[in-house]
Design a protein around this ligand. Structure first.
Ligand code: MIC
Ligand code: SF4
Length: 645
């Protein structure tokens, strides 16, 4: 008898090219759709060109100009001009600046239950809200899949998250995911997929589900999936795409690797304190904290549903005199919808700055707070310095809590004030406007690729030799994000198509002397703690260190996408076999390993001798033969080239 399958298992099976059936086994899946954002897509298209590929193969490939939309440096506009030419040449959709944030626009325009999507952005699991197999990846992996290659990943263990009950007034989808972060932390989801089930699921609309699926990334999850049910159908009906809807759920009696229960009735408004999205506390613990800036938006909470809730709360009132409040609608469609009803004027009349749809303040491009400002944002991340201000203080909460704070100049529990919670209905009809989305040009093959003056050639890594003699150029603690490695923010993003320039920013916010030290060392190793490389999918957090001679990271645990990016760029992704070895290594130590390639092939381990203490420090990594070949060759491009030669 064939065992009943979970929704996650069905999604994987339906796309499986090859691979094992146990959690942790390598699997290869077919990719139906691809999304790119501008800050990662440009490098990915340059790699696509460098691989000699000519046309994109998946049914739908969309390049969004969503991060650098405001073009506050001519090099951002250069990236867009390049991307426009690349989309024409290679046969992709090009979504112009102002169209909105990739995940939200893609949900509205292209999502389809049961299909797979790979995105060069870590929040691509957003699309799991409508039962898509939705995965984030580094640009190199996405380039390979644009060429028709399968996407290779570890099969996740599957957790069934049972939702019971119904959210009470002022408790929101954001609080559901914050509650999961409070319980499980940013490493709680590594190696897992969450499948939401139970009677509570039917009470959540698709945008609410998207908030939860999106921010599963902060748990370290491979992806999340909600069933495609009557709520999903209703959403597709409103979008005018009911013909693209199909039901999809777990088979009866499906089994799971483990289970979790969330009682929606018991969820309270929660707030993440500055520094990490898992520093979550009940709102009562931070009530009274004075706030000077409130920002609503991002892929997590920039839907019409979110912004209309804010408009309802501020309508007829005024933003507090000491607060600056801005809103970034998630899509142009959301803006149109707000403008059609009373909400746009409600927001403007209350003193809210209504921006163009873009990521905006989320990765620190605009509305950078002044020193000492306390900011409350509806985003998914508040890693130190991500707002653009070193030493910033950024709290995360739902749009509803943000709106109340904007009116009061402080974090306030609205339940204590007896304010009625807003009730938001999705518009009956959400017009599908593709005005800003340029469709693929069937005759575009001869297009000349336009490259900006600051573009550097696609980098190529070096193969490993017989001996790895590397200096520990930095020793870091737990939860180091890719923002720590290569900062978000308006300045560094200017160099996403120029690896050597970007390398000058590595660890700048943590340790401004790192770059000089790494250059002086020549070959180096980074030592870190748990959940190293969490956060963004940017492969630049591997490319830039590679330019500085980093050949290995040796940490307690690694985030999934960053690990894959390290392999793709020829950096050994090692985890301590004995985590207490972490305490025995110091910055400045020289770690020497003989024949790392042979060691890896024999035992999936690399033993280093610390030249200061004489101790043997062992790192491990489970690599397939192919991955081992790639990393030892100096990365995927170098590997492919060496095989061709
Ligand atoms: C982010 O939220 O950090 C980003 C910017 O969207 C990144 C992608 C990037 O670094 O360009 C992500 O989440 O993958
Ligand atoms: Fe954009 Fe922020 Fe979402 Fe990243 S997390 S895609 S920067 S809105």
């Amino acid at each position: 008898m064939v065992a009943a399958r979970s929704l996650v298992a069905r999604l994987i099976d339906d796309h499986l090219v090859e691979g094992g059936s146990a959690p942790g086994d390598e699997i290869a899946i077919t990719v139906d759709q691809i999304l790119h954002q501008d800050a990662t897509g440009a490098m990915s298209f340059l790699q696509f060109e460098a691989m000699g590929l000519d046309r994109v193969r998946p049914r739908i490939v969309v390049q969004y100009a969503d991060h650098q939309s405001l073009q506050n440096d001519s090099r951002h506009a250069d990236d867009h001009k390049f991307l426009e030419s690349a989309c024409r040449k290679f046969g992709a959709y090009y979504a112009k600046p102002g169209v909105g944030i990739c995940h939200i626009v893609h949900l509205e325009q292209f999502s389809r239950p049961g299909e797979s999507i790979l995105g060069s952005d870590s929040h691509t699991p957003h699309l799991g809200a409508v039962a898509m197999l939705a995965l984030g990846a580094g640009g190199m992996d996405v380039a390979v899949s644009m060429g028709g290659g399968p996407y290779v990943l570890s099969r996740p263990a599957i957790t069934r998250v049972e939702l019971t009950g119904r959210l009470r007034p002022w408790s929101t989808a954001k609080d559901v995911i914050l509650e999961l972060l409070r319980r499980l932390t940013v490493k709680g989801g590594i190696g897992r997929a969450f499948e939401y089930a139970g009677s509570g699921v039917a009470t959540l609309t698709v945008p609410e589900r998207a908030t939860i699926a999106n921010m599963g990334t902060e748990l370290g999850l491979t992806f999340s999936a909600f069933p495609s049910d009557e709520q999903t159908r209703d959403y597709f009906r409103r979008l005018g795409r009911e013909d693209e809807w199909r039901p999809l759920a777990a088979e009866g009696d499906a089994t799971y690797d483990d289970n979790l229960t969330i009682d929606l009735d018991a969820i309270e408004p929660l707030v993440a304190k500055p520094g990490q999205p898992d520093s979550v506390v009940p709102i009562g613990e931070v009530a009274g904290t004075a706030i000077q800036q409130v920002i609503v938006g991002s892929c997590t909470n920039g839907s019409y549903h979110d912004i209309a809730a804010v408009a309802r709360i501020v309508a007829g009132k005024t933003v507090h005199p000491t607060v600056s409040c801005a809103i970034f609608p998630g899509s142009m469609q959301t803006s149109v919808q707000l403008a059609r009803g009373p909400h746009l004027s409600e927001l403007l009349e209350a003193g809210v700055v209504v921006s163009t749809p873009t990521c905006g303040a989320c990765p620190g491009y605009v509305h950078v707070p002044s020193a000492g400002t306390v900011s409350l944002r509806t985003f998914n991340r508040n890693f130190n310095g991500r707002s653009g201000l070193p030493g910033d203080r950024v709290y995360l909460a739902s749009p509803e809590i943000a709106a109340v704070a904007a009116l009061h100049g402080a974090i306030v529990d609205p339940r204590a004030l007896g304010i009625p919670a807003p009730v938001v209905e999705l518009p009956e009809r959400i017009e599908r406007d593709r005005t800003m989305i340029v469709p693929p040009d069937p005759d575009g093959g001869a297009t000349e690729l336009w490259k900006g003056p600051s573009f550097a050639p696609v980098p190529l890594g070096e193969p490993f030799g017989e001996r790895l003699d590397a200096t520990v150029t930095i020793k870091l603690g737990d939860k180091i994000s890719t923002d720590d490695i290569t900062p978000a923010g308006a300045e560094a993003i200017t160099f996403r198509t120029n690896g050597p320039k970007l390398a000058e920013y590595v660890f700048r916010r943590r340790d401004p002397d790192f770059v000089a030290r790494a250059k002086a060392a020549g070959v180096s190793v980074i030592v870190g703690g748990e959940a190293y490389g969490q956060g963004s999918s940017r492969e630049h957090a591997a490319i830039a260190p590679m330019h500085l001679g980093v050949r290995a990271v040796l940490v307690k645990s690694l985030a999934r996408i960053h690990r894959a990016n390290l392999v793709n760029w020829g950096i050994l992704p090692l985890e301590f076999v004995d985590p207490t070895d972490y305490d025995r290594v110091e910055q400045g130590d020289r770690l020497v390993a003989d024949e790392p390639g042979r060691q890896l092939a024999e035992s999936s381990r690399v033993a280093f001798v610390d030249q200061r203490t004489g101790d043997t420090i062992v790192g491990q990594t489970r690599l397939t033969d192919r991955e081992r070949g790639i990393v030892l060759a100096g990365g995927l491009l170098a590997y492919t080239r060496s095989r061709v030669l």
